[in-house]
Ligand binder design. Structure first.
Ligand SMILES: [Zn+2]
Length: 373
């Protein structure tokens, strides 16, 4: 769910929306204007229902934003990096790029969202009761009641102990706290998420078969999303576990074969590529300082008749374009760099090239980790 439109920044947290938010907004609006509101306050004009429905839907999205903002702000306070908040088809998501350091921090970040939704539910509910008691317009009472109810529903649904829902994170924090094993806790929460997701899919699909209408089909869609997000989380937890504690130096290819910048591409092919099995060669100066990286892809992009005349430096990715890491950095921290640009990381110590990390190095480490159990 990428950000389609950036709305702005609230307390240092970037907020944006994905186009798919329009789908849920429209569904809510139609449901309100044609169903909920006429039932709560009959005999108004369609325009009145549409205006009240739009206002209610907007306030609902602000409530959703408050829920996600609470996650993001607590995460920031716990030292976890926050990329931003995106509102989309299934509500909101606070994108955190780091992990909680302790079970307590994990619990606080997860728990605050549902607490905010419950509080909002209580506030809107109280306002609805007060408005009804004061004899205010029934349409306003209806909107307030709906807002109170939907915030409570949001909190309760999110508290289901199934990753990636907040309840799943709370379950993970509690299991982590009890067993001291974050990976096992994350895997259990993810499995619960997959189970709950499939359950929703079954409920959604059977509702279409046995009940009139397609209202519950939405369940199937949400269930499918939860199940696939949970599977991804389980895999992520396993990868993190396998790579735990490993440094860049542990997995890198030491002292990789390097090439000088003025070597013609034709000689690079004859003397390196055709003789060795590597798919990337760091370019270094006479002292072993990195200047860039040349890959088979980059050679392929050069016309064959130019290979004799063009030097390696001409086609290589320059220093600023290639990902760099220190050998003492944790592998888990540098992994995102492997998906950038030429998909390799130059390992540099004190200005000199000491190694190269490729996706193959990481895959091999994961496979060996699997063999070790
Ligand atoms: Zn939440």
């Amino acid at each position: 769910m990428n950000e389609t439109l950036r709305l702005g920044t609230i307390w240092g947290v970037r907020v944006g929306v994905n186009w798919s938010v329009l789908v849920i907004f429209t569904l809510l609006l139609v449901g309100l204007a044609a169903g909920n509101l006429p039932a709560l306050s009959p005999d108004r004009s369609p325009v009145t229902y549409a205006v009240a429905g739009t206002a209610a839907a907007i306030v609902f999205f602000l409530s959703l934003l408050a829920h996600e903002l609470a996650h993001a702000l607590v995460a920031q306070r716990e030292g976890i990096e926050v990329e931003g908040i995106t509102l989309w088809l299934f509500g909101g998501v606070a994108r955190l790029t780091g992990e909680a350091a302790t079970p307590g921090a994990d619990l606080r970040v997860a728990g605050v969202g549902p607490i905010v939704s419950l509080l909002l539910g209580a506030v809107f509910g109280t306002l609805a009761i007060a408005a009804a008691w004061l004899g205010v317009d029934t349409l306003l009472v209806g909107v307030l009641m709906w807002l109170g109810l939907i915030n409570v529903v949001l909190a309760v649904f999110n508290l289901v102990p199934a990753a990636p829902l907040d309840g799943g994170r709370i379950l993970r924090a509690l299991l982590w706290w009890r067993t001291g094993d974050r990976t096992k806790a994350a895997v259990s929460a993810a499995r619960a998420g997959r189970g709950f997701g499939f359950l929703l899919v079954v409920v959604g699909i059977s509702s279409v078969l046995f009940l009139p209408g397609i209202g519950l089909l939405w369940f199937a869609l949400i269930g499918w999303f939860i199940a696939s997000a949970a599977s991804a989380e389980e895999q992520q937890a396993r990868i993190q576990h396998s790579l735990q504690g490993l440094t860049v130096a542990d997995v890198m290819t030491h002292d990789p074969l390097t090439v000088p910048p003025d070597l013609p591409v034709a000689r690079l092919l004859d003397e390196f590529v055709l003789r060795h099995r590597h798919s990337a060669y760091p370019v270094t100066d006479g002292w072993g300082r990195p200047l860039g990286l040349v890959t088979l892809d980059r050679i392929r992009n050069l016309e064959a008749d130019q290979r004799a005349a063009v030097p390696v430096s001409h086609i290589a990715a320059g220093k600023g374009e290639v990902a760099v890491a220190d050998p003492t950095e944790l592998l888990i921290d540098v992994l995102p760099r492997l998906s950038q640009g030429d998909r390799r990381i130059l390992v540099v110590r004190d200005g000199f090239l000491v190694g190269l990390v490729t996706a193959t190095d990481v895959t091999r480490t994961l496979e060996i980790g699997d063999l070790r159990g």
